[in-house]
Each structure stands twice: as structure tokens, then as C-alpha cells.
Design a protein around this ligand. Structure first.
Ligand SMILES: *Cc1c(COP(=O)(O)O)cnc(C)c1O
Length: 377
């Protein structure tokens, strides 16, 4: 195989001169935080997905935490999520004192299986946090139907799926609340950053309150004086800066072209993999258009004659930034300490043992994919 001279990461940001100019302009403006760029960024994202409201946060994890607060998740509640995700999808409900219930994945899409969710619902279930793993949307209509029948709130973790489509709707218009992350590996970036989109005015108010220390202006201000405000609940300082928001506005104008490029690269991977034995391309549902945050294959070590570890290490030493997303969340020592046992979600565990993430991001080209796949030939 060809060894690359420079490291090919599994994903990376793409910052242009106009992005840099937008940030510099804000640095020279009167507002570095709580200024007009934050509002503008929120409007841009809300309009893009077709949601009424958007509230930005310092990062995606803070946004998920706030969504759990808005949903009323509290001590002793149960919250259902997938084990095949980044730890934050579960941690956010732990912050509120909830117990996490892991529901197994669908073998085809690797996303949480709605039937498994249904089996895990109890009288204590307060919320479901489905994750659009790799950028492929979950079956949100099926999940919403289960949630409505059981009076449960749905917080979609769309960290991978900004710009993806589900039945010709953008991810973000269907769930009660949807989170997007703007970490540099995600579809577009603000350095660190996150957002919740929603159509529900009550959730919107609660998200704003939680983001700003639980402080609000009240009707009493008139009587008390113009300086007066009240802290109604224990919130956090989870604000995004105008510097981040300025970068985000500029990045959002490129989202569609980034996604189109990711889709083109994914199609190329999938086509080439048809002739490579022992490496299975990710299956896509016909009514979804993935944003292709990750390209995750299943390896068959028996066919390839090598273990995943060996394949991973050989590709890494050839400067190809393969990765594994994700270790089942409840395998981590913290969750093991809470009493979760191995074998809880057998499909997820089996999937994990064979998973490998191949590089995909808009600055790559087909030649890069030829080099990656050259390893398997
Ligand atoms: C990145 C990510 C998050 C958290 O986002 P941050 O902005 O890094 O805090 C949550 N869930 C998933 C699935 C992610 O990939």
C-alpha cells in the first residue's frame, strides 16, 4: 500500500479566509459575548432546519444538559439512549440525577432500534435521547409515536447530522428538541459550540434560563428599578461568544457544499467496497440522506486474516487516521461502577468489535479514498 506523507485525519475543520475575516470583524466590534452575532447565528440555524427557536451554548454537551433541564429530567427518572454514541448523550441526563437505560441498536443502520426503546419504557421514563449515528437520521417518526403514546420527551442528539434529511425534512424539525454540535470534527464548527432547536416556546424559555445562571428580568423590575433581576433557578453560564457565533454564521453558508462533498465521498467508498471482501459498507435507508459525519465499516477478521487492532495499527502507521466510534458507553468504568453489565445490548457489542471508522471530510478527494482502500487489496 501507499504510505501517505501527511496524516489523513478521520475528520477536520475547513476554515477559509472569509471565516477568519468574520471573526476578526467581531473582535473589533463592541460585543465579544451576548451581542448581535449570537442572535444572528441562532436565527441562521433555526431557519436552515426549519425550526421556530434556537438557543446556542458553549458546547454540545452543555446544550444537551440544558435540554434535559427543559424536559424536566430529574432525580430518579429514567432516560433511554443508545450505547453506540459519545458519552455525552448519556452523561447529560446523569447531570440531572437520572438513570440511563440503554436500548440496543438496529443491525442495519447501527442506530437505536425503536422496538428496543418500546421494550425499555417504564412509568419512570422521562425522555429518550436518540442519536443520528454517523449522520444517518434515526427513525424519528417511529420514536415520536412511541414517545407521544407514553408521554415522554424526545431530545434528538444530532451532533453528527446537521444538514441530513429524514423523509425530505431536515433533522431538527421533528423531535421535541434537537442538539447540534460545532466541535471542529462536526459538519460545521465554531471551535466549541452547540445549539438546541425546538418549536416549543416553553422549552425555549427554559433553555434561555438555564444557559444564563437561571437569571431573568421579571415584571418586578419596573417597581424595583431598572437594575433589578431575579435568579429563578440554579442555572449555568453556558453561553457561546459572539466570536464563536461569527465563525458559525460564516461556516453555515458552506454547510450544504460540505455535506454534498461528504455524500460524494461516501458514495465512492461504498461503490469501491463492493469488490473488497471482509469490509462491509454502512447500510443506508432509502428515506434518509445521511450527512456522513463518519464512514463506519464492519470488518470481518476471518476473511481479512488480521485482527481489527492489527488493521488499525497498520493503517495508523501509514498515516491514515482511522478510528473506532464508539466503545459501548456502559463499558466505561464510570458506568460499570453504576452496575451496568456486559451483554446488556448484544447487537451493539457485536457491532463494536468489528467497527472501524475510515476518514471522510470535505477536503478529501477520491485519490485519498483509493489510498485508504488500497490497504485492503
Ligand atoms: C460531539 C458529540 C457530542 C457533544 O458535543 P460537544 O460539542 O463536543 O460537547 C454529543 N453527542 C455526540 C454523538 C457527539 O458526537
Amino acid at each position: 500500500m501507499n504510505k501517505r506523507t501527511d496524516f489523513l485525519p478521520y475528520s477536520t475543520q475547513w476554515i477559509s479566509d472569509e471565516d477568519i475575516e468574520a471573526v476578526v470583524e467581531t473582535l473589533k466590534s463592541p460585543f465579544l459575548t451576548t451581542g448581535p452575532k449570537v442572535k444572528e447565528f441562532e436565527e441562521v440555524v433555526a431557519r436552515y432546519v426549519g425550526a421556530k427557536y434556537a438557543v446556542s451554548f458553549a458546547n454540545g454537551t452543555a446544550a444537551l444538559h440544558a435540554a434535559c433541564y427543559a424536559a424536566g429530567v430529574s432525580e430518579g427518572d429514567e432516560v433511554i439512549t443508545t450505547p453506540i454514541t459519545f458519552a455525552a448523550s448519556a452523561n447529560c441526563a446523569r447531570y440531572m440525577g437520572a438513570n440511563i437505560v440503554f436500548a440496543d441498536i438496529d443491525e442495519q443502520t447501527y442506530n437505536i432500534d425503536p422496538h428496543e426503546i418500546e421494550k425499555k419504557i417504564t412509568a419512570k421514563t422521562k425522555a429518550i435521547i436518540p442519536v443520528d449515528f454517523t449522520g444517518q437520521p434515526v427513525d424519528i417518526d417511529a420514536i415520536m409515536a412511541i414517545a407521544r403514546a407514553n408521554n415522554v420527551v424526545v431530545i434528538e442528539d444530532g451532533a453528527h447530522s446537521l444538514g441530513a434529511d429524514y423523509k425530505e425534512r431536515k433533522v431538527g424539525v421533528t423531535a421535541d428538541m434537537t442538539m447540534f454540535s460545532f466541535h471542529p470534527v462536526k459538519p460545521v464548527t465554531t471551535g466549541e459550540g452547540g445549539i438546541i432547536v425546538t418549536n416549543n416556546p416553553d422549552y425555549y424559555e427554559k433553555l434561555l434560563l438555564f444557559r444564563g445562571h437561571g437569571i431573568t428580568h421579571t415584571p418586578y423590575a419596573e417597581e424595583q428599578g431598572g437594575w433589578y433581576y431575579e435568579m429563578l433557578d440554579l442555572g449555568f453560564n453556558y453561553r457561546m461568544t459572539d466570536i464563536q457565533a461569527a465563525l458559525g454564521i460564516s461556516q453555515m453558508s458552506k454547510l450544504d457544499s460540505f455535506i454534498a462533498k461528504r455524500q460524494k465521498l461516501a458514495a465512492y467508498y461504498t461503490e469501491k467496497l463492493m469488490t473488497i471482501k471482509g469490509v462491509t459498507a454502512p447500510h443506508q435507508l432509502l428515506d434518509t440522506q445521511s450527512g456522513w459525519h463518519l464512514y463506519s465499516v464492519q470488518l470481518d477478521p476471518a476473511v481479512l486474516g488480521k485482527s481489527r487492532k492489527q488493521i488499525f495499527e497498520e493503517l495508523r502507521s501509514a498515516n491514515i487516521g482511522v478510528h473506532v466510534h464508539y466503545i459501548p458507553v456502559y463499558w466505561h468504568p464510570y458506568y460499570q461502577g453504576l452496575g451496568y453489565e456486559r451483554g446488556l445490548c448484544p447487537k451493539a457489542e457485536k457491532w463494536y468489535e468489528q467497527a472501524l471508522t475510515l476518514p471522510i471530510h470535505p477536503q478529501m478527494d477520491e485519490e485519498d479514498i483509493d489510498i485508504v482502500l488500497g490497504y485492503f487489496k
